[in-house]
Design a protein around this ligand. Sequence first.
Ligand SMILES: Nc1ncnc2c1ncn2[C@@H]1O[C@H](COP(=O)(O)OP(=O)(O)OP(=O)(O)O)[C@@H](O)[C@H]1O
Length: 195
Amino acid sequence: MARSRIYEEICSERRDVNTRVLEQVVSLAVEIAREGREGRKIGTLFVVGDSGEVMRRSKPMILDPLQGHPDEDKYIDDPNTRETIKELAQLDGAFVVSNAGVVLSAARYIDAASDSLNVPLGLGSRHMAGASISQQTDAVAVVVSESSMVRMFDDGELVTEIVPELWMIEGYRSRVEGQTLTRRDDEVAVISRAD
Ligand SMILES: Nc1ncnc2c1ncn2[C@@H]1O[C@H](COP(=O)(O)OP(=O)(O)OP(=O)(O)O)[C@@H](O)[C@H]1O
């Protein structure tokens, strides 16, 4: 599937991370939101950029399935890597992706509680973890909700929501605060903060 031009636009607005890598993560997140796994909806979390800090502020929940594989086998744009990630997305926890595009670690618990977060009500602990780590580091968090929405957090705030199927936008109440801008193409709708 051709990558949406809208992804390019929303990702280039995130200054601290590699735009190209973020785009690849967003497109994979949307695929996971659409496809689920074996008929089930899947939720997961990607933390992109500032990976040294992110690794320091997280810990493994199980033995890391990606450990021991060389970096060249773990690039986010590699079709085998993408299939592997879709499989591993069924596990609890987060993926850590470096600015170079290497998926360094899977199934990590993000240990980054913050009390000064401004996360919209109704979002649970996965979203909180994404918001916190994006506040405490220069990383951007991409959350796939089991409800199929994909949400991007930067500097502790929800900056973008991606609606992976156009029919879902009817009646959807966005959680992005303040003035918003909605863009859509043939496949997705994207709601972003307007600033
Ligand atoms: N600190 C954390 N670090 C990594 N993963 C986490 C963390 N907290 C929760 N999760 C993951 O999020 C999953 C779902 O938690 P919860 O339902 O509270 O989140 P949520 O934000 O409501 O997400 P969803 O919209 O998908 O339901 C957990 O099973 C776990 O895999």
